[in-house]
Ligand binder design. Structure first.
Ligand code: AMP
Length: 536
């Protein structure tokens, strides 16, 4: 009696089928660690993925089994994603920059069956092989092992079908404290997330785009780009090396229009540009996320005529939570106001919802002032960590607490003010460590800065600023204080500025504040003589 629509499970292999059928000739370029470049296409990736699926079945990988990778960005890694997922497996991308202890924990916890790895990570494999208890097969992503293995197959293979709610990918959070936790993505969540990503309000991808994702394939599902790129049928350019000379040269040779990466990537690129006078000539859109993009970076890219998409997300959110794009009144804003807007973390795409709650769990108004814990829900947001006995990690209404502190503006724009554990609590008021750091790196001569709360007898905590000078710079603490005074409230000014050679980072390039707090927690108690600035 009633009409209706077709059964069509939203499964990841449909993405590669589409790319092969509709954009089969569009190129996938890889720059390898040995300095060579190879070219394949979406059709080539699809063909090799089917062969890999056959090879994995011969290795007795079964539906739901985890197939791990320890690898940089290149076409074979992309083949591994689609091949492992296409045969019903779960691709588990391991971050090679983690400590040995974490690498052992993660692979054992995931019960990985096969490990595909880059030759550069052979030392890790040799070192940890005896401690990895579940891995039965090791395959190096080189010509001999990987290419010979798939060359033995005929590629005559039909993808495994099944429900869209089956898992397809596993990523562990970097975890600055405790053991890393696994986030299990599903076919459906990955497909919906990727469909959203190509829209103009997100990454703005289409078949005419040429994308060079600098974000590693082992970090937060490579921001979903391997999936979104297949939907768009764009040309992909991968580099297994994160060197600004290589990246800038590739961007110009391949006419790259879109790129995405964490802020540190662009810092290195700017240094290269300053030293050589070269620049990426064809870039139109750069997406920055993973940590707050400093104002000076956003401004410089925008002055080059590049649209900057400032994105916020986490492994637990697939990872896109918010992303900035020009609003309706963009052209009416002057340049400074445009930069101000891009410094905030953008808006939610359809699918996810945000709210901010205070310490009593009361929902805060979207007034651009009230800050609190940022919570999120939606079809690509985590419900429960992989194999976690603690149960679901969301509340009754499905809200997931992100651990970030944020403000929501009336227009829906979200602004991260801090990580809840990094906020500096001074005299009952909150000081944003992120804002202090961003203001500090805007001072000439400052390469990197970390603001942490250190114990104080009267104010509970006061800010201490650790600064790495740019090479050759002689910037002083007074210079930085004067600069900061123009950007933050007086009582936010750090009680002390210490110069250090370098700052510790997590495996995904974020400042490792826990280590800094441990080292400096009692610094002020030990050294402070002068009373802190009055809180006004
Ligand atoms: P990860 O799961 O390793 O990607 O880390 C997620 C965390 O990175 C978030 O909870 C934020 O604290 C931080 N983060 C990501 N993007 C941004 C951004 N644009 N601005 C500030 N913090 C960010």
């Amino acid at each position: 009696m009633f009409g209706g629509m077709q059964d069509y499970e939203l499964r990841v292999p449909r993405l590669i089928d589409h790319a092969e059928r509709e954009h089969g000739g569009r190129e996938i370029v890889s720059y390898w660690a040995d300095g060579t470049t190879t070219r394949t296409s979406w059709a080539g990736i699809a063909r090799d993925a089917r062969k890999l699926a056959q090879a994995l079945e011969k290795l007795r990988v079964k539906r739901g089994d985890r197939v791990a990778t320890l690898a940089m960005n290149h076409s074979r890694h992309l083949v591994a994603w689609y091949g492992a997922i296409g045969m019903g497996g779960v691709i588990h991308t391991i971050n090679p920059r983690l400590f040995d202890e974490q690498l052992v924990y993660i692979a054992n916890h995931a019960e990985d069956k096969v490990l595909l790895y880059d030759k550069v990570f052979q030392p890790i494999v040799d070192r940890l092989r005896t401690q990895w208890t579940s891995i039965e097969h090791y395959v190096c992503f080189d010509d001999r092992q990987f290419e010979e293995m798939i060359a033995r197959e005929d590629g005559n293979y039909a993808w495994v079908e099944g429900p869209e709610r089956e898992p397809c990918m596993l990523c562990y959070t970097s975890g600055t404290t405790g053991n890393p936790k696994g986030v299990l993505y599903e076919h459906r969540s990955s497909v919906i997330h990727a469909l959203t990503e190509i829209s103009p309000a997100c990454f703005d991808l289409s078949t005419s785009s040429v994308a060079l994702p600098i974000v590693p394939m082992f970090h937060a599902a490579a921001w979903g780009l391997p999936f979104a790129s297949a939907i768009a049928g764009l040309k992909l350019v991968y580099s297994a090396v994160n060197d600004p000379t290589v990246l800038c040269t590739l961007m110009n040779e391949e006419k790259v229009t879109h790129s995405a990466g964490v802020p540190t990537v662009w810092l290195a690129m700017f240094q290269y540009m300053d030293a050589t006078g070269k620049k990426p000539e064809h870039l139109k859109i750069v997406t920055i996320g993973g940590s707050a993009a400093p104002r000076a970076m956003i401004e410089r890219l925008m002055r080059m005529g590049i649209r900057v998409g400032h994105a916020w997300g986490m492994t637990e959110t697939s990872p896109i939570g918010t992303i900035g794009s020009p609003p309706a009144h963009w052209d009416e804003l002057d340049f400074d106001a445009q930069v101000d807007l891009v410094c905030k973390q953008g808006r939610v795409p359809f699918g996810v919802e945000l709210r901010v709650v205070n310490d009593d769990d009361e929902v805060q108004p979207r007034d651009g002032v009230s800050s609190g814990r940022l919570q999120i829900r939606g079809p690509w947001v985590i419900k429960r960590y992989f194999q976690d006995a603690a149960g679901d990690c969301i509340d009754r209404d499905a809200w997931f607490d992100t651990g970030d502190v944020a403000v929501l503006h009336p227009c829906g724009t979200m602004q991260i003010t801090d990580r809840s554990k990094d906020v500096i609590k001074s005299g009952g008021e909150w000081i944003s460590s992120v804002e202090l750091e961003n203001a500090a790196v805007g001072c000439a001569g400052v390469a990197e800065a970390a603001a942490i709360g250190v114990r104080h007898p009267k104010w509970d905590e006061r800010p201490l600023l650790l600064v790495v000078r740019k090479e050759g710079s002689e910037v002083t603490a007074d210079d930085i204080q004067t600069h900061l005074a123009n950007h933050v409230a007086k009582w936010w000014l750090p009680d002390e500025i210490l110069f250090v050679e370098s700052l510790p980072h997590t495996a995904t390039g974020k400042l490792l504040k826990t280590a800094l707090r441990e080292q400096y927690r009692d610094h002020q108690l030990a050294t402070a003589t002068a009373p802190p600035l009055a809180q006004a």
